[in-house]
Design a protein around this ligand. Structure first.
Ligand code: XMP
Length: 512
C-alpha cells in the first residue's frame, strides 16, 4: 500500500458511505471509513492525504446534527463533500444552506459550468443521482460554482486555493454514470495520487506487517472452516510465516459434500500447510440427538465447536496468536474502525483466558470482493474463493428439526446436485447463496408402480449485497426441472422438490 495515499471518508450516517469507500478503492486508492466525530488529534494522527465527507440524512442547522471539528479545514488536505457533506462544508465556511426551490430525489439533469478539474471530461449536461431535502443556496466566500441543476443553483462548488470541493449529488452510485470519472478526477487531478492500491500490493504489505509484528519464533493458530474468509486469511498468514502457522479444521459432520476433501487437498497438499483435521462429526451428532429447537441447535454446535478447537489448540504447545477472518463491514458495524490489524487480546471468542492469544485479523480492512481477489492473488482455487457463504452451524440449520446422520447424508447429496446444476447453467456467480434444505416433511408419491413416502427438498437461492436483505432468484424453469428430476431420480429418500420464493425480510436466508 502507498501509505501516503490514504483517503479517509468521514461517515455522517449516509446510506452510501460504504459505497464511497469501495469506489475509491476500485480506483486503486486505499480508503478507510471513520465516524464523523473522531477527535481532531486522532484524525491528524491517522495522516489522511485526502478527506471525503459522506452524505447523511440530517439538516445542517438542526440542533444535534452531526458536525465535525471545524479545525478539519486547517489540515491542509483536499476535501470532497458529498450531499450532506457539501452542505456541512458550506454552512461551516460561511455559505447558506436552505430548502431551495424544490427537494430532489432520483435522477436529475446537471449542467456543468466549469470543467477545469473535478468535472473535467464529464458531459456538459449529464445525469446524476440526487437525494436531498436541503441544498446549498449560496456558496461560501472563496468558492466558485461549477455545476447547477434545474432546481439547484449550486450543484457543485470548488475553492481551488484551499482545495475544498462539494457535490450536491452522489458520484458513488451507478445512477450517476459519470460518477467514477468525477471521483477519479478528485483522486488524480486534485490529490495527485498515483493509484497503486492493488491486491498484489496488499498481499506484499500485509505479509511484511505480520512479519514486523511477530517475532521470528512466535507461532500462530487459525481455525479453517472451508469458508472464503478463513481460507484467505490462513493463506495470507501462511505466505508470511510459513510453517509457524498451524491450521485446525474441525469437521463437525455438518459440512457440504466434499468440503473436507476440498479443504484438505488445497491446503495440505497444494499449499503444503501445517494443518490438523479433527473428525468430530460423531460428537456433534450425539449432542444434537433429540434436539429440535433451532436456537438450541445453534448453541450446541457453537459451544462445542469452541471446545473442540480449544482441545486441539491445547495440544499444539506454545501459541501466541489466533488468526480471524474478520472483514471490514463487521469492523465498521462494531465501530472499531481505527483499531490495529494485529493487537493483543485476551479471551478471544470464548477461548480460555490462560491461552492469552493475540489476534491477527489480516482482512479487517477489506470488503468481500477484495478478499476474493486476494485469495486468487494467493493462488487459491476459484472453487474455494468464489464459494457462496456457508453458516458456521452448517447443515445443522438446514436439516430442520432433529439432525440425524441419515438426514445429513440426504441433504449433502441433494445440495451437491443443486450446486452442480446451477454451476453447469453458468448461474452460480450471479447468486449470493443457493442451497438445499431438508424441511423434514414426508409426503406421498409414486415411483415406477410403487407408492413412496419420502422427503421433500427445498431449494433456496437468493441475490443479496450483504446478506442483510435478499430477493429470491428468478431461477429458469428448465433448470428447476433438471434439478427436480435429478433429485427424485438419484436420491431414493427424496420424492418431491419445491422452490422457495420468499424475500428477506420477512423470511431469513437460512431456514433456521
Ligand atoms: P439469515 O438466515 O439470518 O442469514 O438471513 C444471513 C447470512 O448469514 C449467514 N448465517 C450465518 N453465518 N454463522 C455464520 O457464519 C451463523 O450462525 C449464520 N447464520 C446465518 C447466512 O448463511 C446468510 O449468508
Amino acid at each position: 500500500m502507498n501509505a501516503a495515499e490514504k483517503v479517509i471518508v468521514l461517515d455522517f450516517g449516509g446510506q452510501y458511505t460504504q459505497l464511497i469507500a469501495r469506489r475509491v478503492r476500485e480506483l486503486n486508492v486505499y480508503c478507510e471509513i471513520i465516524p464523523y466525530n473522531i477527535p481532531i488529534e486522532e484524525l491528524r494522527a491517522a495522516e489522511p492525504a485526502a478527506l471525503i465527507f459522506s452524505g447523511g440524512s440530517a439538516s445542517v442547522y438542526d440542533p444535534g446534527t452531526p458536525r465535525c471539528d471545524p479545525r478539519i479545514y486547517e489540515l491542509n488536505v483536499p476535501i470532497l463533500g458529498i450531499c450532506y457533506g457539501m452542505q456541512l462544508m458550506a454552512a461551516d465556511l460561511g455559505g447558506e444552506v436552505g430548502n431551495g426551490k424544490r427537494q430532489e430525489f432520483g435522477k436529475t439533469n446537471l449542467f456543468v459550468t466549469d470543467d477545469h478539474d473535478l468535472l473535467a471530461g464529464v458531459e456538459h449536461e449529464f445525469v446524476a443521482w440526487m437525494s436531498h431535502g436541503d441544498q446549498v443556496v449560496t456558496a461560501p466566500p472563496g468558492f466558485n460554482v461549477i455545476a447547477r441543476s434545474e432546481n439547484t443553483n449550486v450543484a457543485a462548488m470548488v475553492d481551488r486555493t484551499r482545495r475544498l470541493y462539494g457535490l450536491q449529488f452522489h458520484p458513488e452510485v451507478i445512477h450517476t454514470p459519470g460518477g467514477k470519472l468525477i471521483l477519479n478526477n478528485f483522486l488524480q487531478r486534485i490529490c495527485a495520487f498515483s493509484g497503486e492500491w492493488t491486491m498484489e500490493n496488499f498481499v506484499e504489505s500485509s505479509t511484511a506487517e505480520i512479519n514486523r509484528v511477530l517475532d521470528s519464533r512466535e507461532r500462530v493458530v487459525c481455525g479453517l472452516s472451508g469458508g472464503v474468509d478463513s481460507a484467505v486469511a490462513a493463506a495470507l498468514v501462511h505466505r508470511a510465516i510459513g510453517d509457524r502457522l498451524v491450521c485446525v479444521f474441525v469437521d463437525h459432520g455438518l459440512m457440504r459434500k466434499g468440503e473436507k476433501e476440498a479443504v484438505m487437498s488445497t491446503f495440505s497438499r497444494e499449499f503444503n500447510m501445517n494443518i490438523v483435521a479433527v473428525d468430530a462429526g460423531e460428537e456433534f451428532l450425539t449432542l444434537l440427538r433429540g434436539v429440535t429447537d433451532p436456537e438450541a441447535k445453534r448453541k450446541i454446535i457453537g459451544n462445542h465447536f469452541i471446545r473442540v478447537f480449544e482441545r486441539e489448540a491445547d495440544k499444539l504447545g506454545e501459541i501466541s496468536y489466533l488468526v480471524q477472518g474478520t472483514l471490514y463491514p463487521d469492523v465498521i458495524e462494531s465501530g472499531t474502525a481505527t483499531a490495529a490489524v494485529i493487537k493483543s487480546h485476551h479471551n478471544v471468542g470464548g477461548l480460555p483466558d490462560d491461552m492469552r492469544l493475540g489476534l491477527i485479523e489480516p482482512l479487517k480492512y477489506l470488503f468481500k470482493d477484495e478478499v476474493r481477489q486476494v485469495g486468487l492473488e494467493l493462488g487459491l482455487p476459484e472453487e474455494i474463493v468464489m464459494r457462496h457463504p456457508f453458516p458456521g452451524p452448517g447443515l445443522g440449520v438446514r436439516v430442520l428439526g432433529e439432525v440425524t446422520p441419515e438426514k445429513v447424508a440426504v441433504l449433502q447429496e441433494a445440495d451437491a446436485i443443486v450446486i452442480e446444476e446451477i454451476k453447469a447453467a453458468g448461474l452460480y456467480g450471479e447468486i449470493w447463496q443457493a442451497f438445499a434444505v431438508l424441511p423434514n416433511i414426508l409426503s406421498v408419491g409414486v415411483k415406477g408402480d410403487r407408492r413412496t413416502y419420502a422427503h421433500t427438498i427445498v431449494l433456496r437461492a437468493v441475490t443479496s449485497h450483504d446478506g442483510m436483505t435478499a430477493d429470491w432468484y428468478p431461477m429458469p424453469y428448465d433448470l428447476l426441472g433438471r434439478i427436480s428430476s435429478r433429485l427424485v431420480n438419484e436420491i431414493p429418500e427424496v420424492n418431491r422438490f419445491v422452490y422457495d420464493v420468499t424475500t428477506k425480510p420477512p423470511g431469513t436466508i437460512e431456514w433456521e
